[in-house]
Design a protein around this ligand. Structure first.
Ligand SMILES: Cc1cn([C@@H]2O[C@H](COP(=O)(O)OP(=O)(O)OP(=O)(O)O)[C@@H](O)[C@H]2O)c(=O)[nH]c1=O
Length: 621
């Protein structure tokens, strides 16, 4: 836990402290900052006379220390840090700048100058944000300084030498360490004590606030109070995205002149930030955080399915976490966490007696249920999840990512990816079967198809839709046309029933082989798999096989013309990108395609869920 949550803004960054000073390391790690230490090799030899003030010298030295480390790290292994912090502490007395003594005599000269007098301790700090582009290092520097005045007692010669012989003065600016034996020399301190020790922590936190929480205009108009770090609850309510992002605001001071100009405004903004009240905070980004957590919830659901948690609970309920854990061969503590999340998602019920399936889980998640989506869940977990981890590549390259997941070239989407082994094929078919069963009734009843006596379901897989068509239209003969491997396995999915006599399976490749003749062709969630070229090829084959008056039933998730819908079609669009050669299309696009191939009188019905059905009639060419 960090007291000052603004430090948390740096927790996920690669932060480097460009200092060998053990005091700085201690101050910053005590504050909860995580960082690597890479001492700077910058020689502290800037010409002091060229600086108008001592603090400008300290800030410039701090900056040069940090930049040296940033450049070296970037060049050395191209592992550019995100943030490099440099600092330089100096003591000034009577217009003279005192740094670390070079030897005991030097320490003596310094300490005798300080004896009985007040002096200033300045620490300059540079926060350098780094990025690299085309192997070039880019830096943005934010710098500030802090001054503390310290008054020494009169020091006797004896005391002075005793202190020098202790060895303490040698690695410290001004030749003393206020935090240790040197504290005995000090009569009073005005200002930040830690600034004297080597790092002005308070000012550093304020600077981070200024960098990471840019003010809103209304804050600047409010009366401000001086000098505070925002209260903890103020930080906690600040959105990471809306005004509180993890990237620093672009207001940093690149040069000393610039800093002088914006100094007053900068101070006002930090102060204004301090006084944000709950009433003026932006709305809490609940929805955004829910979206962020979405993938974790999905993975919990998929994992529970994979472990067959819902199967065990369908068999016997309620059960306690350790009992289920032993059945699914998992740890009791992990299982309990998973079950609790499932309960929170509404998939399980949790009582004192243990966990039970909800109706949803019994209906759709147990693998033996009639409308089970268990196979679809496994397909998502084992295949689609992996493809989505390469979404960035899919977006950049504009194509599916099977080659990355499988580690080899994929020429034929089905043969090389989905059907590459009997196991992957069966899983794919189980997934399609579950989805098809769920939607088949709606598809079969979307239009009155009673005028057709024969239908061909192209890529009809396990025949789930064929069965609903046959049930709905008892005089309809349905041919399920799919690849030979699919037809071979499809028998496992066909329960005997009154419709069996109406359904036939025909093996073939709809791109290469002649199509079975039919009065109605069905393309249910087929065209979205294919490129425009292949869609044209397929539609022209269907059109050639049709007599005038024949029908084409097309089922897809239609994109709205503006492509604005948040879910459904647009997510399916991404899904098609990472998985297939095709894409989602809009109603207008499909209408054009259909008309181009001689299908007119297009009717469209939106089905419950995400699917849309289109029925078109082949006209005489
Ligand atoms: C006045 C005072 C100073 N210091 C130390 O003096 C060094 C200043 O030298 P620097 O050049 O700023 O830093 P450094 O030690 O050389 O480290 P680096 O950043 O690598 O240059 C820092 O250590 C400080 O803590 C104390 O520990 N206590 C005190 O009361």
């Amino acid at each position: 836990m960090v007291l000052c949550p603004v430090i948390g803004k740096l927790l996920h960054k690669r932060v480097v402290l460009a200092s060998a000073s053990p005091r700085r390391q201690e101050i910053l790690s005590n504050a909860g900052l995580r960082f690597e230490v890479v001492p700077s090799r910058f020689k502290e030899k800037l010409d002091k006379a060229s600086f108008a003030t001592p603090y400008e010298y300290a800030m410039e030295t701090a900056k040069q220390k940090a930049l040296e480390v940033a450049t070296r790290m970037h060049q050395k292994d191209l592992r550019t840090p995100d943030v490099v912090i440099g600092a330089d502490t100096i003591v000034t007395v009577g217009g003279l700048i005192l740094e670390k003594p070079v030897d005991k005599q030097d320490a003596y000269r310094m300490l005798s100058r300080l004896s009985g007098k007040e002096h200033s301790v300045f620490t300059g700090v540079a926060i350098v944000h780094c990025s690299s582009n085309d192997r070039q290092l880019h830096t943005r520097v934010s710098e500030f300084y802090e001054e503390t005045t310290v008054k020494f007692s009169e020091l006797s010669e004896e005391l002075l030498w005793e202190y020098i012989h202790s060895g303490e003065p040698m690695d410290k600016a001004g030749g003393y360490g206020i935090q240790a034996l040197g504290g005995m020399l000090v009569e009073s301190v005005h200002g930040d004590f830690l600034n004297v020790v080597g790092f002005p922590l308070n000012h550093f936190c304020k600077q981070l606030v200024e960098l990471y929480y840019p003010p809103r205009p209304e804050d600047l108009r409010q009366p401000v109070q001086h000098d505070c770090i925002p209260a903890v609850d103020t930080f906690e309510d600040l959105s990471d995205v809306e005004g509180g992002g993890s990237e620093p605001a672009q207001r940093e001071t690149g040069s000393r002149d610039e800093k002088a100009e914006v100094g007053a405004a900068g101070q006002a903004t930090a102060e204004a930030e301090c006084h944000r009240t709950r009433a003026t905070l932006p709305p809490f980004p609940t929805r955004l955080l829910e979206l962020l957590d979405g993938f974790k919830l999905s993975k919990a659901l998929l994992t529970a399915c994979k472990l067959k948690v819902f199967d065990w609970l369908k068999r016997e309920a309620p059960q306690k976490a350790p009992d289920i854990a032993s059945k699914v061969d998992a740890s009791a503590c992990g299982t309990e966490k998973l079950l609790d999340v499932c309960a929170a998602m509404g998939l399980l019920e949790k009582t004192e007696q243990g966990y039970s399936n909800t109706e949803t889980a019994n209906l759709y998640l147990a693998s033996d249920s009639e409308y089970s989506l268990h196979g679809f869940m496994l397909q998502n977990d084992d295949v689609i999840w992996n493809l989505f981890t390469y979404l960035e590549f899919a977006i950049r390259e504009g194509r599916n990512q099977h080659h990355r997941v499988l580690g080899k070239k994929v020429e034929d989407l089905f043969q090389d990816a989905y059907y590459r082994s009997p196991e992957t094929q069966l899983r794919f078919m189980q997934a399609m079967h579950g989805v098809a069963k769920l939607t088949a009734r709606q598809v079969a009843t979307a239009f009155d198809l009673s005028r057709f006596s024969s239908a061909c379901d192209m890529g009809g897989c396990t025949g789930a839709l064929a069965r609903e068509l046959a049930r709905e239209y008892p005089r309809l003969q349905v041919t399920v046309f799919d690849l030979p491997d699919v037809v071979e396995l499809a028998v496992h999915f066909q329960p005997a029933g009154p419709q069996a006599a109406q359904i036939h399976f025909a093996a073939g490749d709809f791109f290469r082989d002649p199509l079975p003749s039919a009065e109605l062709y069905v393309l249910c969630r087929i065209l979205h798999n294919w490129s425009d070229d292949k869609v044209h090829k397929l539609l022209s084959k269907v059109a050639e096989s049709c007599k005038p008056g024949a029908g084409l039933l097309l089922v897809e998730t239609l994109l709205d013309e503006e492509k604005r819908e948040a879910q459904g079609g647009l997510i399916q669009s991404l899904n098609m990108l990472v998985q297939t050669e095709g894409r989602q299309r809009s109603r207008g696009e499909y209408q054009c395609l259909l008309e181009l191939h001689g299908f007119h009188q297009v009717q469209v019905v939106h089905l419950e869920g995400v699917l849309d059905a289109m029925l078109a009639t082949r006209v005489a060419p």
